[in-house]
Design a protein around this ligand. Structure first.
Ligand code: COA
Length: 394
């Protein structure tokens, strides 16, 4: 099995098979693993088939509204498996985790057990692949989802990272001429990540695959030009910061649906002021009513007394890069950091667009003593600890 694999299941009104397949890094289908029949009242669960299901799944995800016709998709779920850092997990602080994402059931078919059936099937796939823990993320106000996972499937609240969102506006940022930003080679980035973030919770053991993925646009490091620690042999500067950028817009585009009139008015008038008085360099709220892409900044790390300013400079650098990318219509830059992490202060974001508490829940899938002990440690420790958020799961 590859070190990061995933599957997508759909529930339809009249199909017969459940098929699982492995996908590497969300891009490449590796193999069909196995088939089985599963009858669920009048519904059937089967695997996702890229070409034929795509439009229906997009429709389901967009509005969660699908008409009740034969062969209609009525539910979908995705899952991925990988090895990550979990402190205290034997033997080497590494655990196999399964991530649950994209659970959707069409509105007309809810409360009939379809969501539960999809979760059960995905958990069975995890268990058959020797997964230690299943985890998922949701908004804490999503009562249907929290009831389903916490009350019915016994997941435990575990972390509450913040999703920070910054709009891309028309103006480029200029940062101090004393700051140098240089692009790292994939091998350099991997080595720095393993050295400095290897013990961060949920750090993916296959970091190299993420960095090599075609959606990963690169890794950049910032430091002060006059830092006396930078030597010819590439020593680590005294203060430095790094981050990587993932082009999420290449997989899916976002769009605001119905918005309140006041919000529309606010955006339009703000844009107008910006056009009339460009010298004010107002941070504009972009047009979110047409499909747009976004960049996800991952692996944000900083060290040293003045490194906060370097994180800010890197974020501004990414902003300028997004502004230049006219093809992808990148309108926001997103990142996710451990709750109350000091990084929140250094990463530019709009509170209005951000989510202060994304709720992560976890469940131990093995009942052996060691796993259960680690699980208790994991759920007891401060929910504000730093987390590595995998861009493949965004
Ligand atoms: C969340 C969702 C997938 C549930 O699907 P479903 O097929 O209706 O779920 P089930 O019928 O299996 O319900 C299982 C349990 O979930 C909880 N639940 C489901 N819908 C609920 C609701 N509207 N309010 C409160 N609890 C709810 C209940 O505990 C329910 O058990 P019960 O029916 O015995 O009381 C569905 O509401 C949905 O697609 N929502 C929009 C997308 C979403 O929020 N996805 C989750 C992201 S993590």
């Amino acid at each position: 099995m590859p070190n990061h694999s995933s599957c997508r299941l759909v529930c339809s009104t009249s199909l017969l098979f459940a098929t699982f397949y492995f996908v590497q890094a969300h891009i490449k289908h590796l193999s069909i693993s196995f088939y089985f029949n599963m009858e669920f009242h009048k519904f059937r669960i089967r695997s996702y088939e890229g070409q034929s299901d795509r439009a229906q799944v997009e429709n389901l995800e967009r509005k969660c509204e699908v008409a009740e016709l034969d062969n209609e998709l009525v539910g979908v779920i995705q899952g991925s498996i990988k090895v990550v850092t979990v402190q205290g997990h034997p033997p080497k602080d590494l655990a196999k985790v399964g991530y649950v994402l994209g659970l959707r059931v069409s509105q007309n078919h809810r409360r009939k057990g379809i969501g539960s059936s999809l979760v059960t099937t995905l958990e069975e796939w995890f268990i058959s692949n020797d997964v230690d823990y299943a985890y998922m993320a949701t908004e804490k106000e999503n009562h249907a989802s929290t009831n389903l996972f916490i009350n019915k499937f016994h997941y435990t609240k575990f972390r509450t990272p913040s999703i920070l969102v910054n709009p891309v506006n028309h103006h480029s940022f200029k940062f101090s001429s004393n700051i140098e930003i240089s692009r790292l080679k994939i091998e350099q980035a991997e080595s720095l990540y393993r050295r400095f973030m290897g013990s961060t919770e949920f750090f993916p053991n296959d970091i190299g695959n993420i960095l090599k993925n075609k959606l990963s646009l690169g890794t950049w490091m910032a430091y002060y030009k006059d830092d006396i620690n930078i030597g010819p042999n590439g020593q680590i500067p005294k203060s430095w910061a790094m981050l990587s950028v993932w082009n999420s817009g290449e997989i899916f585009k976002l769009k605001l649906g119905k918005v309140p009139f006041c919000c529309l008015l606010y955006t339009k008038s703000w844009c107008l002021i910006d056009k009339i008085f460009p010298c004010l360099k107002l941070p504009t709220l972009p047009d979110f009513y047409n499909p747009f892409g976004f960049y996800f900044m991952y692996g944000v790390y900083h060290e040293g007394p003045f490194s906060g300013k370097l994180v800010r400079a890197l974020c501004q650098f990414v902003h300028n890069m997004a502004k230049e990318n006219k093809d992808e219509k990148v309108k926001i830059i997103v990142t996710e950091v451990g709750g109350r992490d000091e990084l929140n202060h250094h990463i530019p974001h709009w509170k209005l667009l951000s989510c202060p508490e994304d709720l992560w829940c976890i469940k131990a899938l093995k009942n052996e003593g060691l796993s259960i002990n680690t699980f208790h440690e994991l759920t007891k420790t401060s929910p504000t600890r730093a987390l590595f958020v995998d861009p493949r799961e965004v």
